[in-house]
Ligand binder design. Structure first.
Ligand SMILES: [Mg+2]
Length: 437
């Protein structure tokens, strides 16, 4: 409160002499200016409040219409948040403490204000009221925040949590206070080094921010974005940590969905051409590092697939593609990478496979597909596949180079009558292609 603005005091005192002493005392106070409105009973407070606002209520507890501590409660109902300083006739500490418990901001003993005592009590009451109002405002803001906010002491014991924390974790603030967040929401999916880095950062007085998986009270896991800010006292010592948590499970789910959309073919859910070429390039790089390794890829084409679409319609064509995708998924080992390159063109990357392994796999696939049919009202739909296979080599420029080798072998298989597997031979004069039919 500015020193130039008068402090408006409402004095409720039924003894004229005591009221006079208060007025004189406040008039003599240096540095501050008080305006005092004097009434003699609780009943007169209401009309005064209608006429003016007051900064502080100076209240005698023995009034014609009220007596003792009850006077504080009744006055509180009338003046709302306005701080009340009690004028007590007793030098009784117990009674004065009860006055504070009943809602008084402070008390002064009548006739014994001492130097600046009354003014100081008023100033303190105003300061406390301002702090309380400010505190209430901050708590309201923290409570209204959409993000979960949790305050811990230096040893990570929860001292306060807002209602968004309850919505996020399922723990009420009463259940949370006094506990370490670790004992409540740790999913144990982060390793020790994760928490070591976190603690190293915040104990250095720096903010930490990261993503982690935590566990709700009901046991469900969720993705959380957490930022932690250390709070320091005036000497720079860390006293508390403020954690702000956001549930990012939905964002993570969308990210994963987008990732999947970007990496897979929606019809068959196999990897797409781009991912396939990246994996082939990685495999080539591995071969360049480890000469003893081998790897191959199969390029597979559904024979006369256009006829399936023309005869049975596109939805049957799609079913054939899905069924074929299922067959190559099941035929693949965990380390193999089946993909749909586009249209009726598929490929499988076979890390570790030799020519013999790759051709055995190709032949198994060819037979299995030839034996499979899809029921249709116009009769069973049967298809065959042609396969071109090629080895990966450290000399290959990229995935496209290997694919073009496999493609050459695939065209040989088609030229030779389809429903065949062919191995790409870099030197056509030494024809080692294997025909399986
Ligand atoms: Mg009295």
């Amino acid at each position: 409160m500015s020193a130039n603005t008068p402090i408006r005091v409402l004095l409720v005192e039924d003894e004229a002499g005591d009221a006079q002493l208060v007025k004189i005392d406040l008039r003599q106070t240096r540095g501050e200016h008080f305006t005092v409105t004097w009434v003699e009973s609780l009943g007169e407070i209401q009309p005064c409040l209608q006429a003016s606002d007051f900064d502080v209520l100076l209240l005698d507890l023995s009034l014609p219409d009220s007596e003792g501590l009850a006077t504080i409660c009744k006055a509180r109902l009338l003046v709302g948040e306005t701080p009340i300083v009690v004028l007590t006739g007793r030098g009784d500490t117990d009674f004065s403490l009860k006055a504070l418990e009943a809602g008084a901001a402070d008390y002064v003993v009548k006739g014994n204000f001492g130097y600046d005592g009354l003014a100081r009590a008023i100033r303190y009451a105003l300061f406390r009221a301002e702090m309380e109002a400010r505190n209430n405002l901050l708590v309201a803001a923290l409570e209204a925040a959409a993000n979960a906010i949790v305050i811990t002491d230096k040893s990570a014991i929860i001292k306060w949590a807002n209602s968004a924390f309850t919505r996020l974790t399922g723990y009420s603030s009463e259940e949370a206070i006094g506990h370490n967040p670790k004992s409540l929401i740790n999913s144990e999916l982060q390793d020790k080094s994760f928490y070591r880095d976190l603690w190293t950062t915040i104990l250095q007085g720096k903010n930490w921010r990261g993503e982690l998986i935590n566990k709700r009270k009901n046991g469900n896991l969720y993705y959380e974005e957490l930022s932690i800010a250390p709070v320091k006292d005036k000497t720079g010592e860390i006293t508390h940590f403020v954690g702000i948590k956001e549930d990012i499970s939905e964002r993570k789910r969308l990210e994963e969905q987008l990732q999947k959309l970007a990496n897979t073919d929606p019809l068959t859910e196999l990897y797409n051409r781009r991912v396939f070429l990246e994996c082939v390039a990685q495999e080539i790089a591995r071969l360049a590092r480890f000469e003893s390794l081998s790897a191959a890829l199969l390029m597979i084409d559904l024979d006369y697939f256009k006829r399936v679409n023309d005869t049975y319609g596109h939805s049957t064509g799609d079913k054939v593609l899905q069924q074929f995708a299922q067959i190559i998924r099941q035929a693949s080992r965990t380390i193999d990478l089946p993909a749909r390159l586009g249209g009726e063109e598929f490929a499988i990357l076979l890390p570790g496979a030799t020519q013999i392994d790759a051709m055995a796999m190709a032949e198994r696939l060819r037979q299995q597909v030839a034996e499979t049919f899809i029921p249709h009202e116009k009769g069973a739909v049967r298809i065959t596949i042609s396969i071109g296979a090629a080895a990966l080599s450290a000399d290959d420029r990229d995935g496209d180079a290997v694919l073009s080798h496999a493609d050459t072998a695939l065209y040989e298989a088609k030229d030779a009558g389809r429903n065949l597997c062919r191995w790409f031979n870099a030197n056509p004069h030494k024809n080692q292609s294997i025909t399986n039919k």
